[in-house]
Design a protein around this ligand. Structure first.
Ligand code: URA
Length: 435
């Protein structure tokens, strides 16, 4: 088999078979296929597309390109939850403990944040002492005793994706539906869960800016899950404004704890109940209605909060953070931002809000940067609220005085005021499941 023939075939819009896709993935991972040929194929895929069978075959080859987690030492149906990334999305910190409290084991591997989106590992590391690197045996032990553990992705999980993603980044081939779907799902399949709940975000803070594109991505990923024999459902959800009110690592953990105490913002709480209910449903815990009731009860009766407390302690963190938010690292500069005009918050440029948090120190512009766990934004307004001139819009937290004016400018731009009351958008646009 020759790589040039595979490129030629895709250039002409023909369908690649399993063997050809595996030849490409294995060869590129091993270094026997050079970047220039891989780039040419990626661009051909970006321009000509791939059908569902091709996308599934590419995903399987990528998932099998390195180590694959074997979770069989954990009894029960293991369910994973994955979000395609947004601003203020702290749902993993809430739904993991909720599922565990309802008897569904969650053995989760997460990534770090980059650019305007946050990463769950960074959020958890704002808890003093919390360890995200654990030996496999300890990880399994915590899932078996507590029901929920979360660690960093191991170095060799889907290495093909790591190489291909870096190449896509510099060859203008990131925005390809089959390449995004295969990239996300290869890591999910390699992580070893039996069932997967996907939260596909749509809107100004998401990868997919329109609901239609988010649906297409959701359908593609659910089809891959079905091909791979993993029960998969996707929710298409609203990322036209940050989820909840907190953006930034320790601020988001505090909001997650508030949510586990039943005192969180309503949008974040509702989405967590919906996601956790879908996890319970895939684990066979009853009808969707019954799963919603069980999920909500885990917040109401304190059992999910207790799971989070146990998980923090098991991973070396200080569980005192649950009762005393003063234990988190504190920002030295706290600056209110006031409205320059009056009107309804008609929409939010959510990505700008995420970028403002990054500028304050909450995120990384490049992979190498370190982050400030105390930095971020607490929003005082949500879309649809009416604000008077001079009213508090948000509070900025940072240790970088010099970053304040740029961050404030970005935040002011991200909150769009209008004299016309906006229509309320749904939080969950819909649900995609295998036929
Ligand atoms: N997230 C991923 O992991 N891969 C993509 O291609 C896009 C978003």
């Amino acid at each position: 088999m020759r790589m040039v023939d595979i490129i030629e075939k895709k250039k002409l819009g023909q369908t690649l078979d399993k063997e050809e896709l595996r030849f490409f993935v294995d060869g590129y991972t091993a270094g026997t296929i050079p970047d220039y040929q891989a780039s040419a194929l990626l661009m051909a895929i970006r321009l000509m597309g791939m059908d569902s069978a091709e996308t599934a075959a590419l995903t399987m080859a990528m998932a099998q390109s390195g180590e694959q987690s074997d979770l069989s030492a954990i009894p029960g149906i293991k369910v994973d939850k994955h979000s395609t990334g947004g601003v203020g999305d702290k749902t993993t910190l809430v739904v993991g403990p909720m599922a565990a409290a309802c008897g569904v084991p969650v053995a989760k591997m997460s990534g770090r944040g980059l650019g305007h989106t946050g990463g769950t590992l960074d959020k958890l590391e704002s808890i003093p002492g919390f360890q995200i690197s654990l030996p496999k045996e300890r990880f399994f032990d915590i899932v078996n005793t507590v029901g929920f553990s979360l660690i960093g992705q191991t170095g060799n999980l889907a290495p093909a994706d790591k190489k291909l993603y870096a190449l896509r980044d510099v060859t203008a081939t990131v925005d390809s539906l089959p390449l995004i779907a295969s990239s996300i799902m290869s890591k999910k399949l390699a992580s070893g869960a039996d069932a997967i709940v996907l939260d596909v975000k749509a809107g100004s803070g998401a990868f997919m800016k329109t609901v239609e594109d988010a649906y297409r991505l959701a359908e593609e990923m659910v089809a891959i899950g079905r091909h791979a024999g993993r029960n998969t459902v996707a929710l298409v959800t609203n990322m036209d404004q940050p989820l909840g009110r907190a953006v930034g690592n320790s601020l988001e953990v505090i909001e997650a704890i508030d949510t586990l105490k039943g005192e969180g913002p309503s949008d974040s709480t509702d989405l967590c109940i919906e996601l956790a209910a879908n996890m319970l449903f895939l684990a066979g815990k009853g009808s969707m209605d019954s799963c919603r009731t069980q999920a909500a009860a885990s917040l109401g009766n304190g059992s999910a909060l207790q799971k989070f407390r146990e998980m923090i302690a098991a991973q070396g963190g200080d569980p005192a953070v649950i009762d005393d938010y003063g234990v988190f690292p504190q920002a030295s500069v706290v600056q209110p931002v006031y409205a320059r005009d009056r009107g309804y918050v008609s929409r939010m440029e959510t990505q700008l809000c995420g970028t403002a948090a990054m500028v304050l120190g909450a995120g990384r512009a490049t992979k190498e940067e370190t982050i400030d766990h105390s930095a971020g934004i607490l929003l005082a307004v949500k879309t649809g609220d009416y604000v008077e001139q001079g009213q508090l819009l948000a509070t900025l937290y940072t240790n970088k005085q010099a970053a304040l004016s740029e961050a404030e400018d970005l935040l002011q731009k991200s909150i769009v005021l209008s004299r016309i009351k906006p229509q309320v958008q749904p939080l969950v646009y819909g649900r995609v499941e295998a036929e």
